[in-house]
Design a protein around this ligand. Structure first.
Ligand SMILES: C[S@@+](CC[C@H](N)C(=O)[O-])C[C@H]1O[C@@H](n2cnc3c(N)ncnc32)[C@H](O)[C@@H]1O
Length: 263
């Protein structure tokens, strides 16, 4: 994979162990409800799930929009597209969803055709966040909403990992993220894209159980892939985090920026 486009390529092709971690990482739970509350999803709506991953959110959205609504799920990874289709079918929801393998950052949808676009932990990876926000604005009807949820990876904190060690791993693996500070930038980007009504909330839920361990392991993998890392530091970070999860002393905070832009 080329280093210049690694941030996207590593989603188009995912190694088996990372793919397996995502199955557990993205499972829908109570925390997810809080993250999409501001999107105000209701029965009968047409909703896009942009960057749907393995499809847990698409299933939740399909339940919420009901038989009169529709979910348009999109992803760049063919395996995630298949998993999302299978997951919807297993829940008996296949007829209220269309799952599309996306090959470009343009949506195959008419202007003003959707009530909502939900984009959860994807803006950090898109080629050009401003043109993506413009594209979302194009497909949403007047009065509709774009609800973007994302991290700001330079604000994430982990204990007992040494701060300098973590910074080394993040810097060495940073090519996996197109805009690693997307959380703080989305407000300005939404305004620049032409939205005038933009609400922002930040939720920082402490993680004591090790939910973030997958992210730490993935970032260590990106650092190794980049080859500009100190292996002793990368190994120490994974080891310290894994042991802390095992002995119950792990603590992590990864603020989620919730940006709701109304058309
Ligand atoms: C961190 S995962 C989030 C998955 C899901 N939204 C969730 O929160 O459970 C990022 C997802 O975005 C997808 N993705 C990455 N770049 C994308 C792009 N340019 N357009 C659409 N999807 C993309 C990846 O394949 C992956 O499924």
């Amino acid at each position: 994979m080329s280093k210049d486009t690694y941030y996207k390529d590593h989603w188009v092709e995912i190694e088996p162990d990372r793919l397996e971690r995502y199955e557990a990482q993205f499972v829908w739970g109570a925390r997810g409800n809080r993250l999409i509350e501001g999107a105000d999803i209701a029965e009968g709506q047409a909703v896009a799930d942009y960057g749907c991953g393995p499809g847990y959110l698409s299933v939740e959205l399909a339940k919420r929009v009901g038989a009169g609504g529709h979910v348009h799920a999109f992803d760049v990874n063919a395996e995630f597209v298949r998993k999302t289709q299978d997951r919807l079918a297993a829940e008996g929801l296949a007829d209220r969803a269309t799952v599309t393998h996306l090959q470009a950052d343009v949506l195959p949808l008419e202007a003003d055709s959707l009530d909502r676009v939900i984009v959860k932990n994807v803006m950090v990876y898109v080629d050009d966040p401003l043109s993506s926000f413009r594209e979302f604005r194009r497909v949403v009807k007047p009065g509709g909403k774009v609800h973007a949820i994302d991290s700001d990876f330079y604000m994430a904190a982990f204990d007992p990992i040494d701060v300098h060690d973590w910074r080394h791993v993040l810097d060495a693996g940073i090519h996996a993220f197109r805009t690693p500070t997307i959380g703080r930038k989305m407000y300005g980007i939404a305004l620049e894209a032409g939205f005038t009504d933009v609400a922002v909330e930040v939720i920082a839920a402490p993680d004591f159980s090790g939910r973030m361990l997958s992210f730490i392991k993935n970032t260590a993998g990106y650092a190794r892939e980049g080859g500009k890392h100190d292996e002793a530091i990368v190994a120490r970070v994974v080891d310290v985090a894994s042991k802390a999860v095992e002995d119950g002393t792990f603590f992590a905070l990864n603020p989620q920026f919730l940006v709701t832009a109304t058309v």
